[in-house]
Write a protein that binds this ligand. Structure first.
Ligand SMILES: [Cu+2]
Length: 438
């Protein structure tokens, strides 16, 4: 009832409200990540029970974290750690993980929204019906500086889900198939912004991968059926109403703390493939590593990937622990300086929280967007910003409701454990260049 009726009536044109709300909400997200001691040991998530998420999946992996709700960013997950079976201690991965903006420019150039900082994304937290969190728990979230009489929203779901095969292997000796079903912890909220509803989903897999996605659903914007100049798509009978095409550029902000230290190193890998020269049987591929020591505005491309390397932790094989950044499909939007690149790595600054329209005052000349913060600082505490864009050209199937469209990316463990964290005990000896036992 509450948010629905209120927010529904509010159109995107109600920008006046935004400024006031912006000022009112400014204190809500005061410097959480800074409270973390720099070399904090991987202790249990330090929050009280109401804000603790701890899930041991049936495959043996435990994820732990704290959650809070920011007056602009919405759901913020903090102090995230991973503990697969066989690891004596939890392994810290992130200090903080959250959205950094959802930027929505329309193709006709008439409107452009920053949904988090400018259009009250966080205020639009929706109550979830019990059926929307199957097998899980819906927690009550107190929305900071709520516009509603009751600031409490049953809005945070934590549950588990199967994701199909985690692995499969035919044993080479007996008639045995090693296979298991992967299990994920899911954490999600739904936030209404104008006519849209955004699902913010965090998926913590039992294999150590974290996948973050924004799903856009709800309804096409009723106010934007006026596309001219061929910048829309006819929706409904004939061609009288054209829904204006637009982009959803979603940003995530990840503050890594692998093994409890924020002094992570950043590496970029690129490979080049060369056609065979005379005398060579096949093409060759050469992979090179570039250490990223200064702030970066990077672009995804074929054969390129990045990883965050732990400053202190090694796995049982003596390899430095790291997390690889795995970009999802994206349409890079070249219309704004901050959407021109896929990945930004900035030196940590507690006031740099939103990729565009950053409300904090980060000092004279600091700039309001993430691209401005890439100015040559050395990376001793790197913060990763990922930009995943989607150009939405509406289709008849987008009504009604609009099917969820997902956009997002993953971070995947690389040498965090010495083997597959789900390796069955019988195969535990097959590490490295093993020889079949007869
Ligand atoms: Cu859209």
């Amino acid at each position: 009832m509450r948010v629905n009726s209120n927010t529904r009536a509010r159109t995107r044109a109600a920008v006046g409200l935004t400024v006031a709300a912006l000022a009112a909400g400014a204190t809500a997200g005061a410097g959480p990540a800074t409270a973390q001691p720099k070399a904090a040991p991987a202790a249990a998530a330090d929050c009280n029970a109401a804000y603790r998420i701890e899930q041991k999946l049936s495959t043996g992996t435990t994820w732990r974290m704290c959650w809070r709700y920011d007056g602009k960013a919405g759901l913020v997950l903090e102090n995230i750690s991973y503990q697969p079976k066989g690891e004596p201690k939890q392994i810290k991965v992130l200090n903080s993980a959250r959205l950094g903006q959802i930027h929505v420019p329309y193709d006709d150039g008439k409107v452009e929204y920053d949904d988090l900082t400018g259009f009250d994304f966080a205020q639009g937290l929706m109550n979830l019906a019990p059926g929307e969190c199957p097998g899980g728990t819906i927690r009550t979230v107190k929305v900071p500086d709520s516009w509603n009489e009751d600031p409490n929203v049953k809005g945070l779901c934590t549950t588990t889900r199967s994701r199909g095969h985690a692995y499969r292997m035919q044993g080479d000796t007996a008639n045995k198939v090693f296979q298991t079903e992967g299990k994920d912890l899911l954490v999600y909220t739904v936030n209404q912004v104008g006519w849209y509803e955004y699902m913010t989903e965090w998926r913590f897999q039992d294999d150590g991968t974290i996948t973050m996605n924004v799903g856009a659903t709800g309804s096409l914007s009723w106010d934007d059926y006026d596309a001219g100049d061929g910048r829309g798509w006819p929706i409904g009978k004939g061609a009288s109403a054209k829904a204006t095409s637009h982009s959803h550029n979603a940003f995530w902000r990840l503050d890594f703390a692998l093994d409890g230290s924020t002094k992570n190193k950043v590496e970029q890998y690129d490979s080049t493939v060369t056609a065979p020269t005379r005398g060579q049987r096949a093409p060759t591929t050469k992979t090179t590593r570039t250490k990223v020591t200064k702030e970066l505005a990077g672009d995804s491309k074929a054969y390129r990937w990045w990883r965050m390397v732990s400053a202190t932790g090694k796995n049982k094989d003596g390899h430095a622990r790291s997390y690889e950044i795995v970009p999802g499909p994206t349409t890079r939007y070249p219309g704004r300086s901050y959407t021109k690149h896929d990945l930004y790595v900035t030196q940590y600054n507690k006031c740099e929280l939103f990729a565009s329209n950053n409300p904090g005052n980060c000092g004279a000349g600091a700039g309001k967007s993430v691209d401005k913060w890439v100015n040559g600082q050395a990376l001793t505490h790197p913060v990763v910003w990922m930009n995943i864009g989607f150009h939405h050209i509406a289709r008849d199937e987008d009504q009604q409701p609009m099917p969820v469209h997902w956009q997002g990316f993953s971070i995947a463990p690389r040498d965090v454990t010495a083997m597959n964290p789900l390796t069955p005990a019988e195969l535990g000896w097959q590490n490295g260049h093993w020889r079949p036992r007869s």
